[in-house]
Design a protein around this ligand. Structure first.
Ligand code: TNX
Length: 539
């Protein structure tokens, strides 16, 4: 293990940050030495697994003498420091000060340091007996390092080492960076509506496992879930029901902004999707002038797909789309707008092409990159557009031939709404049964013939909601599989193995319990203290 040269790191940090009071904490340990039992950082159940972990077998004692420091001139980094303090308080009850000017009671500091040499989401985490140092090129990187630190914190403190509780964190060095910049999940809030609170809880878990994009499928045949002020009936009428005939619901613009802001505080980008020209029955009921399938639209609460379309040759339709894209884009800081574009079975081929080629410039006019399910790659599009590959490999190849990027969401591997097996309580199985190991054992970079790794922005696991109507049912399908997708998106192939992963996965139960996550207790995973009984075995 190479010498970490703490004193020089401390001095560099102090020069960079001007936090002279932190000097106190950089001095030799002023606490009576504590004998920690030997630790092994490499054995910690980290998900996703980092690039490089070098254990030094000692422990850093998080306790009432801990302080957090970040350069005061870097507001984003100070925010990450406050996030860490809040998380540590929730876990330990300790109110750890951030940039405490006095610093006299602080003997073991956690430093967040901005570097110029690291990539956006890259970070280093050095943990010694006396201090924790996070080096990152951006606040995103520091935030990701903080998730690793949270995962290293033991469940319970040691109460015998001193007369106050100490949480021993294993020492060593972690160097880490993501395989893909785009690591996403999707929630279908259209087939069944999910509340702002539900979405926030999902975001909390995503952040803990280093996922950084949440795509919201906001509209479909069964419901329109986002308030558009210039077309109020979309939600008044189109948001009034859902699959199975329940009450539906929608996000007001204030609700949506709240979700976007909450996601931003977790360094997660929201992608809004308005699915068109198919999957548009709810909007057509609200405004029949849009309709293009020749029938009188009625509210729909079933689960069929492919029966609706808009009138692609009517200018009013594009006026309408312009308003929708404008209002949503104004509330969305992220760079993407998703136009759906899938399963437009009753839209004539020419009309579909005309439609997509006319909508794309509208999306760009409002400063967004267009995303559309792989079918949109048939028309000719700007190379800034993106096609998630869900069903048709040829479409993915067409996208790449146009210079577009692809996101990997192959239904056979990455669909969270596919049943685990024939006994699964919820989910569909038209693409496959996807047990927890199948969800993990595949290689996104080489999955699609004819695509290079550089063609792939990343991966996204969509959760369609035809069969799930509340957060408990949502969690049954999403967890634990979502954690596997997080590792596929983050960790390099040479670091991944099912044998090792399943052991780390089985050790997430304390976190699941704390978060009250109703995961599916797959019998293929060695769960530690399972909260739920093992499900019956299938062949
Ligand atoms: C296909 S994936 C769909 C959705 C369904 C899903 C169910 C895609 C682009 N379209 O409309 O909800 O299958 O698994």
């Amino acid at each position: 293990m190479k010498n970490l040269r703490w004193s020089s790191l401390c001095i560099r940090f102090l020069l960079a940050s001007g936090l002279f009071m932190a000097f106190w904490a950089c001095g030799e340990d002023r606490m009576p030495p504590i004998e920690f039992p030997e630790t092994d950082m490499a054995a910690a159940p980290l998900i996703p697994i980092p690039d490089k972990v070098v254990p030094t077998r000692d422990a850093y004692g998080l306790d009432r003498h801990t302080g957090i420091y970040a350069p005061a001139s870097n507001a984003e980094l100070v925010e990450v420091a406050s996030f860490l303090a809040d998380q540590l308080e929730a876990r330990t009850g300790l109110r750890i000060p951030v940039n405490d000017e006095n610093g006299s009671g602080i003997h073991r500091a956690i430093y967040l340091n901005a570097t110029e040499t690291q990539g956006d989401e890259e970070y280093e985490l050095y943990i010694s007996r006396d201090s924790v140092l996070i080096n990152a090129g951006s606040a995103d990187g520091a935030f990701l390092a903080v998730q690793t630190l949270r995962q290293l914190l033991p469940e319970t403190p040691n109460d015998t080492l001193a007369e106050y509780p100490i949480w021993p964190i294993p020492t060593g060095k972690i160097e880490d960076a993501p395989a893909f910049a785009f690591r996403g999940a999707m929630l279908d809030v259209a087939r069944h509506f999910f509340s702002v609170e539900d979405v926030k809880k999902f975001l909390d878990v995503m952040a803990y496992y280093k996922l950084n994009v949440l795509h919201l499928h906001l509209t479909d045949d069964q419901g329109w879930r986002i308030e558009i002020k210039s077309w109020p009936k979309l939600t008044e009428v189109g948001g009034s029901t859902e699959v199975g005939g329940g009450p539906g619901g929608f996000y007001s613009q204030e609700d949506y902004k709240e979700i976007v802001a909450y996601a931003a505080s977790l360094h997660i980008t929201i992608i809004p999707e308005v699915d068109m020209p198919g999957h548009t029955n709810a909007a057509s009921v609200a405004y029949p002038i849009l309709n293009g399938n020749g029938k009188t639209p009625k509210l729909y609460t079933g689960t069929r797909v492919g029966f609706s379309t808009w009138d692609t040759r009517k200018d009013t339709v594009y006026q309408f789309i312009d308003d929708v894209v404008r209002e949503i884009s104004e509330m969305t800081p992220g760079p993407y707008f998703h136009i759906g574009g899938d399963e437009s079975h009753v839209t004539a081929k020419d009309d579909y092409k005309y439609f997509v080629e006319r909508v794309e410039p509208i999306v760009r006019k409002y400063g967004k990159r267009m995303i559309g399910w792989d079918e949109v790659a048939t028309p000719s599009l700007d190379s800034s557009s993106i096609a998630p590959f869900w069903a048709d490999q040829e479409n993915a190849q067409k996208a790449v031939a146009q210079g577009m990027k692809v996101i990997l969401s192959p239904a056979k591997k990455a669909y969270l709404d596919m049943q685990y097996d024939t006994l699964s309580k919820y989910g569909l199985h038209w693409a496959a049964y996807i047990p927890v190991d199948t969800a993990y054992i595949w290689e996104p970079a080489t999955y699609t013939e004819g695509l290079e790794k550089s063609d792939i922005l990343g991966i996204e696991a969509p959760l369609w909601s035809e069969t799930i109507s509340d957060i408990t049912e949502l969690e049954y399908l999403a967890f634990p599989r979502l954690l596997g997708y997080s590792e596929l998106g983050w960790s390099k192939p040479e670091r991944r193995s099912w044998e090792d992963y399943k052991d780390r996965l089985g050790r997430q139960t304390p976190y699941f319990k704390r978060m009250d996550i109703r995961y599916y207790p797959s019998a293929r995973v060695p769960w530690m203290d399972p909260e739920f009984p093992e499900p019956p075995q299938v062949e």
